[in-house]
Design a protein around this ligand. Structure first.
Ligand SMILES: Cc1cc2nc3c(=O)[nH]c(=O)nc-3n(C[C@H](O)[C@H](O)[C@H](O)COP(=O)(O)OP(=O)(O)OC[C@H]3O[C@@H](n4cnc5c(N)ncnc54)[C@H](O)[C@@H]3O)c2cc1C
Length: 516
């Protein structure tokens, strides 16, 4: 049966993995009409990405889905690192210096649960995924994007949208249709994964990593009692070889590398994959954008992939929503800043995870010996432990070279720098600085007289004067300074007064939409 019809929407999202679901949820929340499609029958049941990091939880807080996600996951309290025969080093993940985040932990949650929370949130916002619908073709002109979709029973449909986002994973059809290159490099390493129950009485919220002569193996706790994710590097694998990932194989692997009987049973999911990395040459071609795995693929070390995809979509959606209220030149600046900010972030992440993977999987005998000898010392250092907290949690991520951020902090003004996350100090018992922000638009803090804030709806509100010292300290704002904060809780800049800020045209354009 063939049928053709045409309709207009603001946005079409191709792919309903975590990135696409985030984009669709944010479109609905910010008042854009959206169609989201996925060629699968229904939501994925694979547990793939297991950790949601602190910055992603903060993003989810702005989306209104953090409580749902937190309830479905479990915090991951400690990682015990075993190097050869040395005594294990216990890294207390809850005890790290997390600073001022509300989410000072790694949240263990299988990807199908994260996707369930996002899809349920989308439905609560009045949206729905069109499953069993795939992208056939897409093209664009100056004014719109046209896509052809093939739905259930082969029904073909044309759709016109203001914008489209390809969230269609590593093999992205959107990316190919745009002719955007993504050079993939093989890291020439294979990993196996298994979600497995154990007869061992391992502490429920603690993970283990063994770095021995046979290779690296990890056991990471999952929210379900007694269930662990086993992750193992397979250094001896011959190309093309497939492992039979059954209980006996996993028991043998743990016995050989960790020296105990795992008692593997009730295998929930297994996978084996070769590591690749790559970055799309561009994230934007006119009205079409790429996000998530469609834009970057890399090693799973550090659990950054899904987190980065969710943050890509979040970064883009408020810019799309804002662009509707801006003059064309300012709108272009904001839309281009998506690539400037998120591609640079992914580039650093692809390089960083690639380097860490190469060290951890090195087949050079002396590298292994060195790591086993120095590992207990390295794992105890504050430097490494800090990396596991704020750095892996993406809280220290700073956007640079973005056209919509203040180029240089004004003389004499210190942290937080433009592009960094707004600090989140406690102001009163249940109130933090992030709670003062406009949930959908920019917020301007003014310090001429007692502190006030201007939100995107044009409301000017006095803040509790008792908060002034905390606010001034967190924002490093002197005198009559003003601080502009974006919807994604990034600092745009800190200026000595409003007139100074108005000289920066991207901020001026935003202030115009706020009626300032
Ligand atoms: C084994 C494994 C373990 C991982 N562990 C972690 C981890 O611990 N932490 C972490 O952060 N990341 C991890 N990742 C990475 C993480 O799973 C991905 O980064 C994440 O799924 C990317 O989300 P996405 O929405 O961008 O893409 P995907 O999840 O790939 O979703 C893309 C969607 O697009 C749909 N689609 C594709 N083509 C079309 C088309 N033509 N038309 C319509 N729909 C289409 C697909 O059906 C799919 O649903 C892991 C990945 C794997 C494989």
């Amino acid at each position: 049966m063939m049928e053709r019809r045409e309709q207009d929407v603001d946005l079409i999202v191709i792919g309903a993995g975590p990135t696409g679901l985030t984009a669709a949820c944010e479109a609905r929340r910010l008042g854009l009409s959206v169609v989201i499609i996925d060629r699968k029958e229904h939501r994925s049941t694979f547990s793939k990405a297991l950790v949601v990091h602190a910055r992603t939880m903060e993003v989810m807080e702005t989306m209104g889905v953090s409580e749902r996600v937190r309830a479905a996951g479990a915090s991951f309290d400690a990682l015990n690192a075993h190097f050869g025969s040395s005594e294990a080093v216990r890294m207390d993940l809850r005890g790290l210096d997390w600073g001022d985040t509300r989410y000072p932990y790694w949240l263990s949650i299988p990807q199908y649960e994260t996707e369930r929370c996002l899809e349920e949130h989308l439905i609560a916002l009045g949206g729905a995924v069109r499953w069993r619908t795939s992208l056939e073709s897409l093209e664009q002109d100056q004014d719109s994007v046209s896509v052809t979709l093939r739905g259930p029973n082969g029904v073909v449909e044309s759709l016109r949208a203001q914008w489209a986002i390809g969230c269609d994973g590593g093999g992205s059809a959107t990316r190919r249709a745009l002719g955007v290159a993504m050079e993939r490099e093989s890291l020439e390493e294979t990993f196996v994964l298994a979600d497995v129950h154990t007869t061992q009485a391992l502490a429920e919220a603690e993970g283990h990593a063994w770095y021995g002569e046979g290779g690296l193996v990890l056991l990471v706790p999952m929210p379900e009692a007694g269930l662990f994710r086993l992750i193992a590097h397979m250094p001896e694998r011959v190309e093309g070889e497939r492992f039979t990932l059954d209980e006996a194989f996993l028991d043998g692997l743990i016995l050989e590398r960790a020296g105990f009987e795992l008692g593997a049973h009730e295998l929930a999911w297994t996978s084996q994959f070769d590591l690749h990395q790559g970055l799309a040459e561009r994230y934007r071609v006119g009205r079409i954008f790429l996000a998530g795995d469609a834009a970057h693929v890399h090693s799973p070390v550090g659990g950054q992939g899904m987190n980065t995809g969710i943050q890509d979509a979040h970064n883009l959606l408020w810019k799309l929503a804002l662009s509707r209220d801006l003059e064309p030149a300012a709108a272009e600046l904001y839309l281009d800043s998506y690539q400037q900010e998120r591609r640079a972030t992914a580039k650093a992440m692809v390089q960083g995870t690639g380097r860490a993977t190469r060290v951890l999987t090195s087949k050079q005998h002396f590298v292994g010996m060195l790591l086993r000898a120095l590992g207990p010392y390295l794992a105890s250092t504050q430097l490494l432990q800090e990396q596991l907290g704020r750095a892996v949690g993406m809280l220290d991520l700073v956007y640079q070279d973005s056209a919509v951020l203040q180029e240089m902090p004004a003389v004499g003004l210190g942290q937080p720098s433009p592009g960094s996350r707004l600090p989140n100090p406690v102001l009163a018992e249940a109130t933090r600085l992030h709670d003062l922000l406009d949930p959908k638009g920019h917020t301007l803090f003014l310090f001429d007289g007692s502190p006030r804030k201007l939100t995107a709806d044009g409301q000017l509100q006095r803040l509790d004067p008792r908060w002034e010292p905390i606010l001034r300290d967190a924002l490093a704002v002197p005198g009559n300074g003003v601080v502009l904060v974006r919807p994604d809780r990034c600092v745009v800049g800190c200026w000595s007064d409003l007139a100074d800020l108005e000289r920066f045209s991207p901020a001026r354009a935003v202030l115009d939409t706020m009626g300032a």
